[in-house]
Design a protein. Sequence first.
Length: 462
Amino acid sequence: MSKKIASARISQKSSKLLQQLNNSLPFDKRLYHEDIAGSRVHALMLCEQGIISKEDYSKINAGLLEILEEIESGLFLLDGDDEDIHMAVEGRLTTKIGDAGKRLHTARSRNDQVALDFRLYVQKNNREIATLLLENIQTLIVIAKKHATTLLPGMTHLQHAQPINFGYHIMAYVSMFKRDYQRFISAYERNNYSPIGCAALAGTPHPIDRQATAKALEFNAPTLNCLDTVSDRDFALEILFNIATVMMHVSRLSEELILWSTSEFRWITLSDRHATGSSIMPQKKNPDIPELLRGKTGRVNGNLIGLLTVMKGLPLAYNKDMQEDKEGVFDSVETALLTLKVLNEMVSEMQVNTKRMEDACMVGHLLATDLADYLVRKVGLPFRDAYYITGNVVNLAESRGVDISELDFEAFQSIDERIGEDVIALLDNRVSMNMRTSEGGTATIRTIEQIEVIEKWIEEVR
């Protein structure tokens, strides 16, 4: 073609710099499948509404299927000077089938076309990421089941606080990933409305059937307002936010895996398949995967802020600024998909060093709160008085270089004679963990209950 498709008003050849700035084909070409799917449905609707002939529809549909095959086989390389995927496909179609190809764009604009393609891409990946989250949840549940009795120090401020079980700790991440799953499914439902047929911003005078195209593309219905539709990138912002939240949760888990694999902790051992060595220190085994996952969180956060910044000052309706909507989404989606796959594989193969975890419970006086609670329940002291008496017991244990659970009865009596001999049996890490039976607590029976709740939920959503 001697003239670009979308250049009726322009009389001069575009500046090479403008072409370079304006060209989105290098990145939006990945939407070819969505673009062709949308065009085939649009063409069918035009035919059924009597807007184009059956003969033209047959040529368009066959031509689009041939183009799809050409792209996937590498026969049609999307590396020309077309400014975007939409023009590349339409130009190829017109070259192949002639004037029938020129009828395809009837009753639509690139504004609703790109909104459709991009929304189809986002919707597909909302579901794909949700599926991977469910797989990670199931892997974590296997670990939680196995370690519902394994003791480890629960921490606040990264300081030993109270004894919990490792299964309970893992279920905290399960709870995070469950919320993440629900966010992606909720976003899918909220955004499952078809933009096609909105044209540039105000709809079209052609007698189109938006209900039919919406149904054919598996949307719930057409969007309500065309002016909003071509301007809307909330669906893209939502997937960026949801990915950023997932990655924040992954980063927190990664941070703990990194800490737990250090020589100081040695609570877990990552498989050799998920660690790397040093170029100079032959003894090193570095937790590169969780470090990389932790680092990629900053990347997806940047993509979210980038699109928020692009959209914040745009008037209605479409503006060329919105061409900046895709690269960050593509990058975040690919990052999330890879992250969840590698996280699932890494966690499923790591070894849990239960003895190291349980030994760590003898450091940091994890039972101090239990002693204070004992003084409240058994002696009837106000909690704040019990708190200070317990502090004196901790100081005594520190001076002797032992944990408070290792003190004898005489030591407790030297601090306060109201402490009974029954305190010795009470100050046991496993007893303490299993006493926390309040709903949502760490007791093994409550941990198992939490696992069962999640397993039932998985059966409902699968």
